[in-house]
Design a protein around this ligand. Structure first.
Ligand code: SAM
Length: 224
């Protein structure tokens, strides 16, 4: 029976990959990558030489059919994203849904590992017994609703934000009197965590960003 492995990859530090993930990447017939150039860096680091092809948010039905055909030919396939766990604010769910519907027999196997959500939550100090993950704040439409849901949440909140919008987003949350943790560049060379009330983290971040918008961010907000 052919297998589709959904493999988590590092969110920055290339050492953060499991032995099992590396073994499977070496064993499969094909690796589906969000961006083949990004995954090539990981593969090169671990001297893995396997055929790759792209599978991303704009991939069409034809690509799904191609992948289906490969699986029907008994090929084993790995799905990875640029960083972290595939399908978490990343492509993959539609493909999996398609394959489940099209193939009577297919093993879909998770090779778990890093995700920016769990990495940020794990160092937040906030309860992660129950939490809500909101993805990225919408840019225009539904933005107000998004922030209202964040404000009203009874649980710890986690969301992603881009470097271009992190300050704008935090400024829209200054009405909340809750503890917040902003993780920047988790696992990377310039990793830094900002903690405090929202106003404090804005103060810490403003001079550092100083026009130069860089880095990747996860925001975690305590529930009370
Ligand atoms: N699937 C990924 C995962 O499991 O973490 C998330 C993909 S999402 C498209 C990318 C976003 O995740 C970034 O814009 C950022 O908000 C967050 N992120 C990814 N890597 C990060 C890191 N090293 N440090 C902080 N945030 C990160």
């Amino acid at each position: 029976m052919s297998k589709l492995y959904v493999i988590a990859t590092p969110i920055g530090n290339l050492e953060d990959i499991s032995q099992r993930a590396l073994r499977i990447l070496k064993e499969v017939d094909l690796i589906l990558c969000e961006d083949t150039r990004v995954t090539k860096k990981l593969l090169t680091r671990y001297e893995i030489s396997k055929p790759t092809t792209s599978y991303h948010q704009h991939s069409k039905l034809n690509k799904n059919r191609y992948i289906l055909k490969k699986l029907q030919e008994n090929k084993d396939i790995a799905l990875v994203s640029d960083a972290g766990t595939p399908t978490i604010s990343d492509p993959g769910a539609k493909l999996i849904d398609y394959l489940v519907k099209e193939m009577a027999i297919l093993e879909i196997i998770s090779i778990p590992g890093p995700s920016a959500i769990t990495a940020a939550l794990s160092i937040s100090g906030f309860s992660a017994d129950k939490f809500v993950f909101f993805g990225f704040p919408p840019i225009k439409k539904k933005r107000k609703k998004f922030f209202q849901e964040v404000i009203d949440s009874k649980y710890t909140v986690v969301f992603y934000e881009s470097p271009h919008r992190i300050l704008k987003t935090l400024n829209e949350l200054t009405g909340i009197d809750k503890q917040i943790v902003v993780c920047r560049e988790l696992t990377k060379k310039f990793e830094i965590t900002y903690r405090g009330k929202i106003k404090d983290t804005i103060k810490q971040l403003t001079p550092l960003l100083n026009g130069k918008v860089k880095g990747e961010f996860v925001v975690v907000i305590n529930h009370d």
